[in-house]
Ligand binder design. Sequence first.
Ligand SMILES: [Zn+2]
Length: 147
Amino acid sequence: MVVYDLICNAEHRFEGWFPSFEGYREQAEKGLISCPSCGSTQVEKLPHACAVHVKKEAAASRPETSADPPPPSLSESDVKELLVRMNQFVRENFENVGPRFATEARAIYHGEKEEKPIYGSATQDERRELDEEGVPYGILPKPKLDS
Ligand SMILES: [Zn+2]
């Protein structure tokens, strides 16, 4: 499963879940991807927000005294490795609540449950409900693993 940030020709940003990059490309070529806001099928893929964030941090952590030439920008495999590590960190330190994620996140947000780091899955409808209620959560980008 891969998640892509998409943008339509009216500049609505949204997220698309696809089985793979090939799956995305196939759907895009057939005009099967449409914007949830305006229904436009003129949709493009944005570079993933997470990759941009990662790049900034990696650059900032370089010692300033280093006389080395400026670090090259992250390659695709660097980004993939960071995503893998991020996923590992979450799996090791967060409680997996699986498909109950939306329910648990809401309970924690409303103080009905003790605050703890959790992760799990949420449907698009559930995520929209969380957005509407203002419950904060993050999307963990899944690295695309070579099989
Ligand atoms: Zn749109």
